[in-house]
Design a protein around this ligand. Structure first.
Ligand SMILES: [Fe+2]
Length: 95
């Protein structure tokens, strides 16, 4: 496996990065909650509102990830390679 770090890794403590990661957790939990409530709601307009809000939270996830990538080059590289499709799958690499 190719290392994702160098002599400067792990990075020194970054309060902003920690805050962004904590908020990312909250946004993902919010998506789950709104989708679960949409599934439970009886009124179609209430269901639609929950789904609309869930979609808003997905925008927030993307915004937070963009900022996390700006501050954490290792995370940015992994997302670029493994999420955006540049990663060449190697059966020996389970990481
Ligand atoms: Fe949000």
């Amino acid at each position: 496996m190719v290392p994702y770090y160098d002599d400067h890794y792990p990075p020194k403590y970054n309060k902003d990065l920690m805050l962004l990661r904590e908020d990312l957790i909250g946004e993902l939990q919010a998506i789950n909650q709104y989708e679960a409530h949409a599934a439970q709601a009886g009124d179609p307009q209430v269901r639609a509102l929950f789904m609309e809000i869930a979609d808003d939270e997905k925008h927030h996830v993307a915004d937070l990830l963009k900022m996390i990538n700006r501050l954490d080059p290792v995370q940015a590289r992994l997302i670029r390679e493994r999420v955006c499709g540049y990663y060449k799958y190697d059966a020996k690499d389970n990481g």
